[in-house]
Design a protein around this ligand. Sequence first.
Ligand code: ADP
Ligand code: MG
Length: 677
Amino acid sequence: MALEPETDIRYLKGVGEQRARLYGKLGVATVEELLYLLPRHYLDFTAPQTIASAPVGERAAIRATVLKKSGEQRIRRGLSLFKVLVGDDDLTLEITFFNARYTVQSLTVGQEYYFYGKVGGSLFRRKMDSPQVYPLSAGGTLLPVYPLTAGLSSRMVTRQVEEALSSVPLWEDPLAGSGLAERYDLPPYAEALRMVHHPHSWAEVERGRSRLVFEELLCLALSFARLREGRAALRVRPMEKKPMEAFYRALPFTLTGAQQRAIDETLRDLCSGIPMNRLIQGDVGSGKTMVAAAAAYFAAQNGVQSALMAPTEILAQQHYKTLEPLLSGLGMRVALLTGSVPLKEKRVIKEALAAGELDLCIGTHALLTGDTVFGRLGLVITDEQHRFGVGQRAALQEKGEHTNVLVMSATPIPRTLAMIIYGDLELSVMDELPAGRRTIRTYLIDSSIRERAFGFVKKHLDEGYQAYLVCPAVEEDEEGDPTLKAATAYAAELAAGAFRNYRVGLLHGQQKPSEKERVMAEFAAGEIQLLVATTVIEVGVDVPNAVLMVVENAERFGLSQLHQLRGRVGRGSVQSHCILISDTKNEETRNRLRTLTAVTDGFKIAEEDLKLRGPGDFFGSRQHGLPELKVADLAADTRLLQKSEEAAELLLTRDPELESVPALRRRCESMYRKMSL
Ligand code: ADP
Ligand code: MG
């Protein structure tokens, strides 16, 4: 029977209810999904080794003849072993199998096999434990090893994939007729799937995979194009050009070129009549807040209300403190709405909002609650957007009709990744820091000279400056890692010990909002000299007098996160320092941390980070609305990403409805559905 892509895997030989359930755990329910279950790696039988040539300590396929089989030796209950002696023209190899009666019985003395395993022993007495045995027919191929779940063996999956593969040549090639396979030199669909599941060389693996990656990224690019197009069909009242001079005059500094560009791009969007959807991406300290302020000022002059949503109460307050004096001086009415605003005051603000009497409302999630009504909302600004779920962004957007959206992200995301994650957003990159900003001198030390580092901190505290000390955890590790610095205990230890003559404060995410608020206010007022904190401080609170940061267990943080953290210092005109403490023995980790001592460009650091950790880790477990990619690896496949973007454009200009490529269209539709949920 010919199988269709959508055929349930239960129609495959050997797949019953139970196995189907196991496949379900791997996300496989249909034949097509089975084919997208790509091997994790391959066992290389393309160049089998002799016993003499196999590198000791590494896995290899060895071709050898069975010379002798010993009987079963019982070691203890439930554990028995078999010895099998094999040999080739030069040497013999002593193989030990554990609990493998069936495997050993199936070996025939005098016959050749491949034994795949790790070679050990000495040159004259080579040994191998528990190898996998393959018939000679495996020779010349790469055997796929699949991601497994208990109960499904790789061999079983291989058999079922083989069966599924036999039907693929009958299916429609998603790229057929598009000319794209020819243009980018990609193998046909069926070939590509065969190449990844049943390759004869590494070159085939690469070639097959690149076709599948291309197609997946193409679907993504097409889906984003459709999102953009959907928005382009929407209309908002275009704002009119209004003079900005008063705003610029009110600023205590001149804007950087990057700020000015981002503002110009934003205002142009607002005048376009199509709802704005723009991402302002700028390194810490690049001055994104002023872009938000300019946009809100422009909107207010157009009679439009703005909302500015921050992920934390502290940050919302900070924005309010910066923006209220500036904008009220320009005649705007600005309010702060957060969870801790007293109920009565909240009611007054909400009434004013609904009546359209406020021009800008700054707040947290409190802005999202159902009883917050905006009278004439037209611009939604979210700060540090990767901390908001996509749904929250949408919820705020829905409070106005087709609202303009401005997103500010302080995580410098490599451009390639930004294209994927924010593919439906226009992008302004702020790659310039305000003039006169000194770079933060960063050092990497180990704990043996922590005392000296503390001396350096005290010297600064004595001069009236303040410092942060960042810990990776709030409480002691459950496994009791004695070297892990936990904020709560460490703060107490320092306050009683090394820093007993100084005012030490503690800030972490598990404190009540009001508590955090109080601590932050004390630090901002200079009452706390040394603030022991977790990564809660990562998000933008400005204390220019804080010029030093010490990070304990630096190896526990990502590079981008450390970069983000150190952005908390260096906000004034004094030279700032960041001291990373780590005792990691891992050379790679040390080198990674060393990057920070030399590189100051957040985008470069993010790229390093992405290379090392992959996009999943890069964003932690946070929701970011990215559809799950099955084959593409965003860090590694940037070249294909560019090609697929180009191809999407090509295809859409020629055939906007994708009528000539129905199979591709179906695939895009399924991805699009997942994205717009
Ligand atoms: P971020 O991009 O990290 O949100 P902020 O908007 O908080 O940066 O700005 C960081 C600091 O730089 C603030 O103290 C702000 O007042 C200051 N700043 C912003 N733009 C300029 C500028 N053009 N020149 C000098 N200082 C500036
Ligand atoms: Mg900011």
